[in-house]
Design a protein around this ligand. Structure first.
Ligand SMILES: Nc1nc2c(ncn2[C@@H]2O[C@H](COP(=O)(O)OP(=O)(O)OP(=O)(O)O)[C@@H](O)[C@H]2O)c(=O)[nH]1
Length: 326
């Protein structure tokens, strides 16, 4: 930064600066005296005014030009959300007030002129004028509100990506990551409450042959159809999950073995009746699936519980497919 002149020797007026807005004439006289010997510095475009995590107990008031929080520290992501400081606004007040490190790096967007107020002088200004103290408090509440809005936005974006990471891209139902985040809790709750918990593992039959005959794209359509049937047949309290390639899993809270078995039978016959269309909208041979059901037993965890459903599924496969087994 290059020293240009002292404030007293410039054409800038204190009353045009945010910190000295709405201040009585008598206070302004005292303020002008205190800031007369403050330096006006020139900062070149892209140059840092404040460096994050350093102690720099000075307040900078933008007289001319624009400052900006360095972009990789911005929280909104888009250029439009960059936090900027325009002529009349100030930066660095937090570190003067609490003596802590600067939270952000602040750079000049273009060549800018800054009034530099040392910490001692700022405290004298506060002592001298209630108006300066009031303006600083207003500025701090503005900063808090802005930060809160950025945090809320960041939280929303984070939550959106978290939800997206739990959804299977092909079918739109829950994926395995979701299963591993939720099923252990459902198991724990079931053990604690003694309410039953059941699962159904479904695997499309002869799906390699289906893919080989009709192609992978139609194969994907078939998986989507199967997921749609599951989703539309279940109660709102049940969950459909894509467990793996052509394997789907259904979670039925508060459901005992017999009820789970009849849900699986309903899914099995509904799937067998569903028509998948090819790329020229002609119906393809119906797809079927085999189903294995399991109800949580004492002492079971997620792995032994899923293994029980898997074992039942292989029983259904071995018994001829397109059927339910436990
Ligand atoms: N189109 C498509 N195919 C998939 C997907 N995921 C897995 N598959 C296919 O599903 C087939 C599963 O084949 P296998 O595990 O041999 O079992 P299967 O032919 O269904 O035979 P059974 O399960 O014994 O009835 C494989 O050919 C995989 O490539 C997918 O996302 N899309």
């Amino acid at each position: 930064m290059e020293l240009l002149k002292l404030f007293a020797n410039s054409d800038y007026r204190a009353r045009n600066l945010q910190l000295f807005h709405d201040i009585s004439e008598s206070d302004l006289i005292a303020i002008n005296k205190l800031i007369a010997s403050c330096c006006i510095m020139l900062v070149k475009a892209e140059q840092a005014v404040i460096t994050a995590h350093t102690t720099d107990n000075r307040l900078y008031i933008v007289l001319n030009g624009t400052l900006e929080v360095q972009s990789h520290e911005n929280t909104g992501g888009s250029a439009a959300s960059n936090v900027q400081f325009l002529a009349g606004e100030c930066v660095g007040e937090l570190s003067v007030l609490d003596d802590e490190d600067q939270p952000h790096t602040i750079i000049a967007v273009g060549d800018s002129e800054l009034l530099v107020i040392e910490a001692d002088t700022l405290w004298q200004l506060i002592d001298e004028s209630n108006g300066v103290a009031r303006n600083l408090l207003r500025l701090l509440s503005f900063r808090i509100r802005t930060t809160n809005a950025l945090l809320r936005r960041r939280h929303k974006v984070g939550e959106f990506y978290r939800q997206m990471s739990m959804i299977d891209g092909l079918t739109g139902i829950h994926n395995r990551a979701w299963l591993h985040s939720q099923l252990p809790q459902l198991i724990e709750r079931s053990h604690a409450s003694c309410n039953p918990l059941s699962i159904i593992m479904a695997d499309l039959d002869h799906f390699k042959l289906f893919n080989d005959t009709h192609g992978h794209i139609i194969g994907d359509d078939a998986i989507q159809s199967a997921a749609k049937i599951l989703n539309s047949t279940l109660r709102p309290t049940d969950f459909a999950v894509r467990f793996g390639g052509e394997e789907l899993l259904v979670i039925l809270p508060d459901t005992a073995k017999e009820a789970c078995f009849s849900v699986a039978e309903r899914l099995c016959s509904k799937l067998a009746q569903t028509t998948v269309l090819n790329d020229v909208h002609l119906p393809l041979p119906h797809i079927t699936a085999s189903f294995g059901v399991a109800t949580l037993a004492a002492g079971q965890d997620i792995f032994t519980f899923i293994a029980a459903a898997d074992t039942a599924l292989y029983r259904a496969k071995n018994a001829g497919r397109n059927q339910v087994s436990h």
